[in-house]
Design a protein around this ligand. Structure first.
Ligand SMILES: [Zn+2]
Length: 81
């Protein structure tokens, strides 16, 4: 099975939590090696998680992941070039 970007986004929080199956983890890592979009998503998601870890009272805004996915879909439709 070959992962596409949407699969990676669906699993990105598990990837960062370290709860992904070893097999899926391998696929996600391989995808990230050659996909700039997903690498950027991973970086920004990780930054958000670091911020939230620093402040336990902070919670993600409602709809955050939906907005993230919308932005990603736009990025895929109109690749920056
Ligand atoms: Zn990707």
């Amino acid at each position: 099975m070959v992962l596409n970007c949407k699969h990676v986004w669906d699993h990105i929080s598990e990837y960062l939590d370290g709860t992904l199956d070893p097999e899926m983890l391998d696929q996600v890592k391989k995808h990230l090696e050659h996909c700039e979009i997903c690498s950027a998503v991973l970086d920004s998601t990780r930054n958000i998680l670091i911020l939230t870890a620093d402040d336990r009272t902070f919670s993600l805004p409602v709809g955050f992941s939906e907005r993230l996915h919308d932005r990603l879909e736009q990025a895929l439709r109109n690749p920056p070039d």
